[in-house]
Design a protein around this ligand. Sequence first.
Ligand SMILES: [Zn+2]
Length: 220
Amino acid sequence: MMRKKVVLDAGHGGHDPGAVNRAMGLEEADMALDVCKRARDLLLPYVDVIMTRDDDRFLTLSERAAIANKTGADAFVSYHFNSASSPGTALSYEGFTTRGQNNSDRLCNAILRHHGKLSPEQKLRADRADGDIDKEANFAVLRNTACPSCLIEGEFIHTSHGGRLIANPTKRQAMAEAVKLGVLEFFEMSSAGLTDEEVLDIIGCIESSCQDLREGLTGV
Ligand SMILES: [Zn+2]
């Protein structure tokens, strides 16, 4: 059987550092690449992994999508860290797909569920526009990718809370593990061995995160 193929896309790079935390000397481009390298190492025993970049170089959004399309990828995951203008203290992550329900939502939701299980201190920023836990955005890397695709914002990098979390290699490993488990679940080759009870547990904890958000813990 042909091995499944996933493209991991570390956001930004080269002259584009992405979001930064100047006080802590953190750049989104470096941290996203680190998470993608960790996810690649975790996934390689199971699937083929193609990185849009594996060093500090700049790629346009269309070059990133073209790599997925040219290699006939079965899934595309773009990894980023967030920032906002307000200082904020919330710890939160989110995932995006294009509008409407399709396999991209299945991929994105699987990664978000595993992220929630592995990093319970972070709250999921969800919207319910299309009835699931991811958000919708017309991002070029998602729009121009032929295969199921999603974009994860692992945490806010500009806050001291978020910066500390991202700077911690154990936390970045957990983010990578969530990508691995989500991708394998999407390919229906889950190695996680989760029981039904554990899956319900994860869904419960995501529901309560959404509840917190509705109750006004809107974060940044
Ligand atoms: Zn970004």
